[in-house]
Design a protein around this ligand. Structure first.
Ligand code: NAD
Length: 260
């Protein structure tokens, strides 16, 4: 990698905690950040998926198998990453769950599971990491949200949408708290990706119908590669985004414009 690119990005040898790195966008974010020199702390509850990602990372990385459903697990994850690497500079939080439930079908268990994984973990991981970043006077936190958090989403995604709206409010509030210490906190709303989360237990026919509908209405009319979204995450994780905080970057290829 050229010296100029290293200087532009400023992430070589920085430590990036990627939460949700066993699959989909999280995996690609870990690979892209590692490609440009970051050391990766890779967290997920899917141990087999973690190993698949670890095998592809072109640099220093350590696996953190963890279920982030509890506050204690979130705080321990950050503490363990700092113990292992001596610092934490970047957090990219992609881990989430999406189960279809119409409003009348939502029960306490569904509500708690969705909110705890999607929203509560983003807050407690970001808060714990920001304490270390403030001391270092540099940090980048990128929280994955969704068009559902901006538009409310489909009726059967109501709790998922609520979790992602909450993540956006939390991101903006933490951005205000941490800006003077050089810690920038942003949200990213990615394009549609055919991942386990997207499939959410649908039949092949339902998936094909949804994919056809999606391609028919989106601005680009093509599928986005995870690398394209990971490049937007690279921007938010780097020196290049030094004036950007409390922002939601819609790296969604126009999905929100189309009302998807
Ligand atoms: N795929 C899409 O179309 C799409 C669209 C909009 C937003 N998003 C957002 O992008 C992010 C990544 O989605 P993806 O499509 O890559 O999903 P994915 O299913 O490929 O990956 C999600 C990862 O989160 C992990 N995870 C879930 N619950 C966990 C827990 N309790 N503890 C630890 N790890 C846990 C899973 O094991 C999995 O590896 C999510 O925040 C999602 O809401 C995705």
């Amino acid at each position: 990698m050229s010296v100029e690119i290293d200087q532009l990005l400023g992430i070589r040898d920085r430590v990036a905690l990627v939460v949700g790195g066993a699959s989909g966008y999280g995996r690609q974010c870990a690979l892209t950040l590692a490609k440009y020199g970051a050391k990766i702390a890779l967290a997920d509850r899917n141990e087999a998926g973690i190993q698949e990602t670890m095998a592809q990372i072109p640099g220093e990385a350590k696996a953190f198998p963890v279920d982030i459903s509890s506050v204690a697990a979130c705080e321990k994850l950050v503490a363990d990453a700092v113990t292992s690497f001596g610092r934490i500079d970047i957090v990219v939080h992609t881990a989430a769950v999406l189960q279809s439930r119409l409003p009348d079908e939502v029960d306490e268990e569904h509500w708690n599971n969705t909110l705890n994984i999607n929203l509560r973990s983003q807050f407690f991981i970001a808060r714990s990491a920001a304490k270390h970043m403030r001391q270092a006077k540099w940090g980048r936190i990128v929280n994955f949200i969704s068009t559902a958090g901006l538009s409310g989403g489909l009726p059967a995604s109501i709790v998922y949408g609520i979790s992602k709206s909450g993540a956006l409010a939390m991101t903006k509030s933490l951005a205000r708290q941490n800006g003077r210490d050089g810690v920038l906190v942003n949200a990213l709303s990615p394009a549609t990706l055919d991942s386990p989360l997207f499939r959410r237990g649908m039949s092949e026919t339902e998936i094909e119908d949804l994919k056809a509908k999606h391609l028919g209405i989106t601005a680009y009319g093509r599928w986005i590669k995870p690398e394209e979204v990971a490049n937007a995450v690279l921007f938010l994780s780097s020196e290049m985004s030094s004036t950007v905080t409390g922002h939601v970057l819609r790296a969604d290829a126009g999905a929100e414009l189309a009302g998807f």
